[in-house]
Design a protein around this ligand. Sequence first.
Ligand code: CP
Length: 300
Amino acid sequence: MQHVLSAAQFDKETLEEIMAQAAQMEQIIADGQSDLAKGKVLATLFYEPSTRTRLSFETAMLRLGGSIISETDVNFSSITKGEVLSDTARIVGGYADIIAIRSKTPGDAKIMADYSGVPVLNGGDGSAEHPTQGLLDLYTIAKHFKLGQEPLTISYVGELITGRTVHSCSQMVKKFPNIKINFVAPEEIQIPDKYFDATTDTKHFELTDEILETSDVIYDTRIQKERLDLEIYQKHKNAFHFDAEKVNKMKPHAILMHPLPRVNEIAYEVDELPQAKYFEQAINGVPVRMALIARGLGLI
Ligand code: CP
């Protein structure tokens, strides 16, 4: 079954195949709609807040001609009454053909996959991973660079210890050759050891002009108040701030990404600069998730 649970499950060839399929989905979006998933139902179970991930999954299913059922608030789910996730999985798997889930606890998407009997797409499991975001990040990078063919320096900046988008994206880009990675964060919120590979990666504790000037991709992230001890959050909440002066130090063809939402990491003035690609990145979530749904349903 074509679950999407973790970046680790993908090899380079599969990543390339998904990106090619996402590119084909852009044509369906341009045409308006398809009947590819007609009669199929996607369940979106979102037990943590979301704007982009849930709505892009739902848009993707609607563009494919399918239907949606949705839980958008854990407080209105029987999980709040004490139901275990494995029971929810058995029930929702009986209603829907494919499930997208977001939850607070690492491993929940795997439980859903183990018990639902239908394909499961991990839309973020706590501080662990966000592999469908990783795929749309990869797709965005591949739209701007010859991924694997030209040397690329990718710098992940911000809160990396619980930053699930960075955990997934950085593992995926490392499946390609010619990638050098900088993890830029204070030590307390640096990348966990399990995602650090000394052969390709370097840790930095400050964002220097050299990193700004030499990176091809800067992937900024929010300091996540909801996942950190309050004291650590207060200490680092303004650790990095991208304004126009800083972004103008980037190479003209470099790109600034961010999984969004942003709080105060990127000044609004940056939105008009050519390096700002975070809105394009979020919109790329639709064709990528169309490809993942279609693959999960065995339609492509
Ligand atoms: N990037 C991302 O996961 O955004 P949402 O939390 O809005 O889904």
